[in-house]
Write a protein that binds this ligand. Sequence first.
Ligand code: FMN
Length: 371
Amino acid sequence: MSSAKSEASVEALFKPFKSKNLEVANRIVMAPMTRGFSPNGVPTEDVAAYYRRRAENGVGLIVTEGTLINHPAAGGNPNIPNFHGEAALQHWANVAKAVHEGGGKIIPQLWHIGLTRKIGDLPNPEALPIGPSGLNLTGEKITEPLTENEIADLISAFAQAAADAARIGFDGIELHGAHGYLIDQFFWDKTNKRTDRYGGDLASRTRFAVEIIEACRKAVGPDFPIVLRFSQWKAGQYEAKLAETPEQLSSFLAPLVDAGVDVFHCSTRRYWEPEFAGSELNLAGWTKQLTGKPTITVGSIGLDNEFRSSTGDSAHPASLAGVLERLENGEFDFVAVGRALLADYEWAAKVRDGRSDELRNYDTALLSALN
Ligand SMILES: Cc1cc2nc3c(=O)[nH]c(=O)nc-3n(C[C@H](O)[C@H](O)[C@H](O)COP(=O)(O)O)c2cc1C
């Protein structure tokens, strides 16, 4: 890679982004990463400092780790942060303030894990796991299908979290509709066998997400960005697919666009993989082309090994040339960086300042501390 080429390309990463309701200083997004440093669901000052360091060092937009909506079976670990309750929300307000002082923007990732929760998991061991048809990701029946009333309560809990995010100073929300968690359990035919309006073909299986998006939009108004993260793959099932063809992807995305999604966060583990035969476009590329909406790509950016690889997901820095070329070509609008930013809070500043030789390796041992 010639230096002239790499300089021009890095510029693409640091161009401001502006749409009708979102302005970001550059194209670097911190990918949401669960860390488990929020005892009893309340993020500490260390959590605020952790995100602030990334903002101070050039990350344009931070998507927080998954944070739980107000439902007893939303999570399965008492160190995962809540996005409800006075104590947690007060600390989240501090996190948002810290990131703003650091010069970045921040949106919480709103999460319900659905039937990836195990019976008896903390913090509410009595709360049974829930999902569209009571099926876990391997198709085993664990609990009864959700009733319509229970679905309505879940939708309200997402909308309340969105309203709270706006009230306490966040810059938008991201709905976690990926990786086989609750919203994705509605999307996926293996876990959604419903015969009411929440089930059926792929477009019909977006109904739960559509109603969440509409309720969130009603709660926050038109000027507050709603990002939807989705993926083909599911936890432990990396070959799973929602859409086998561009036509199917289009029928999946259309109702979500109509409901009011502003930005799609298209989760893949290897950004360079074509999503469908016959085109180089990745999932974010196709999603942008089919919807006209801004998209975020993600997956092994700046690293030589993918997330949850069979060899473990430790990784070394790798060239950015491929992703920069796609960004320059307008295939997508943002580039989300996960493990590389977990390993090195100066990642964006080092890339910006031509200090790529100083980038750090990612190792799972790093997960034991919040650096
Ligand atoms: C420690 C860790 C925790 C993660 N937690 C979440 C999460 O809470 N929500 C989510 O959508 N993705 C989560 N992910 C996936 C990342 O957002 C990202 O998609 C993935 O790491 C691939 O990006 P990378 O190759 O740059 O690391 C997590 C990844 C890691 C490494």
